[in-house]
Design a protein around this ligand. Structure first.
Ligand SMILES: CC(C)(COP(=O)(O)OP(=O)(O)OC[C@H]1O[C@@H](n2cnc3c(N)ncnc32)[C@H](O)[C@@H]1OP(=O)(O)O)[C@@H](O)C(=O)NCCC(=O)NCCS
Length: 201
C-alpha cells in the first residue's frame, strides 16, 4: 500500500508505525490507564477467546497494514509514547473508507493531542492513501471523544444499535464521518486555524 509505513507530525504530536519494540512502553501505559480505558475498550463477544497479547496484536495489525487494510500508529507527544491511533477496516473498491479508533494517556488528556492526531491521519488517508471517507464510531456516553469529532467538524451520521462489543456488552454507537470533498483545505489546517490559542500540543 503506498502511504505506509509513514510518520506524520504537527508541532509536538507525532504518529509513527506501531512496532514490536513498543511492548514495554505500551504495557506501562496500559497499566497506568486501565481504569481510564476500560469503559471504551473493545472486548471479545461471549464464546470468543481472550484479547490478544501485545505481540499477537502487533503481528495481526502489521499483516493487515501490509494487505492495505489498516494503519496502526503510536501517538507520541514530545517524542514519548502517549497513546494509539489505528485506522482499521480499510475497504477499497467503490467504497474507499476506513474507521479511526484511538486512546490517549489520561495524564496528557485535554491538550488537543487526539484532535491533532485524527486531523493528521485524515489528511493522510485522503491525500496520500486515496481513501474517500473516514469514520469514527463513539458511544453516546463518551463525552470527551464526542468533543474530538465535534471540534474537527465530522458529520453526525446517526446511531448504530448494538454496533460494537465494548466493555463486556454490545453497545450503541454514534457514527461520525468526513468525505474528502468536505475538507478541500485539509483537516489539519482547518483544526489549527480553529483551535483555542492556549493549547500547545
Ligand atoms: C477521547 C480521548 C482520546 C480525547 O483525547 P484528548 O487528546 O484528551 O482530546 P482533547 O484534548 O481534544 O479533549 C477532548 C475533551 O476531553 C475533555 N477533557 C479535557 N481534559 C480532560 C481530562 N483531564 N480528563 C478527561 N476529559 C478531559 C474535555 O471535554 C475536552 O473537550 P474541550 O476541548 O471542549 O475541553 C481521550 O479522552 C481518551 O483517550 N479517552 C479514553 C479512551 C477513549 O474514549 N477512546 C475513544 C473511544 S471512541
Amino acid at each position: 500500500m503506498s502511504g505506509w509505513p509513514v510518520e506524520l507530525r504537527s508541532g509536538d504530536v507525532t504518529l509513527r508505525p506501531l512496532r514490536r519494540g513498543d511492548r514495554t512502553a505500551w504495557a506501562r501505559l496500559r497499566s497506568a490507564n486501565a481504569g481510564w480505558l476500560e469503559r471504551w475498550e473493545a472486548t471479545p463477544p461471549a464464546g470468543s477467546s481472550a484479547p490478544p497479547s501485545f505481540p499477537a496484536m502487533v503481528r495481526e495489525l502489521r499483516t493487515q497494514a501490509r494487505q492495505g487494510h489498516a494503519l496502526p500508529f503510536v501517538v507520541e507527544h514530545h517524542g514519548r509514547m502517549v497513546g494509539q491511533l489505528t485506522v482499521a477496516g480499510i475497504t477499497w473498491g467503490s467504497l474507499r473508507s476506513g474507521t479511526v479508533g484511538y486512546w490517549v494517556d489520561r495524564r496528557v488528556a485535554g491538550r488537543g493531542i487526539m484532535p491533532t492526531a485524527v486531523a493528521l491521519v485524515t489528511d493522510h488517508c485522503f491525500r496520500s492513501l486515496g481513501l474517500h471517507r473516514v469514520e469514527v464510531n463513539i458511544r453516546p456516553e463518551n463525552a470527551p471523544s464526542l468533543r474530538v469529532v465535534e471540534k474537527l467538524g465530522f458529520r453526525d451520521e446517526g446511531l448504530r444499535r448494538a454496533y460494537l462489543h465494548i466493555d463486556g456488552a454490545w453497545r450503541d454507537h454514534r457514527t461520525f464521518a468526513l468525505v474528502a470533498e468536505e475538507v478541500p483545505e485539509g483537516l489539519l489546517a482547518r483544526w489549527l486555524a480553529a483551535r483555542p490559542p492556549h493549547r500547545s500540543s
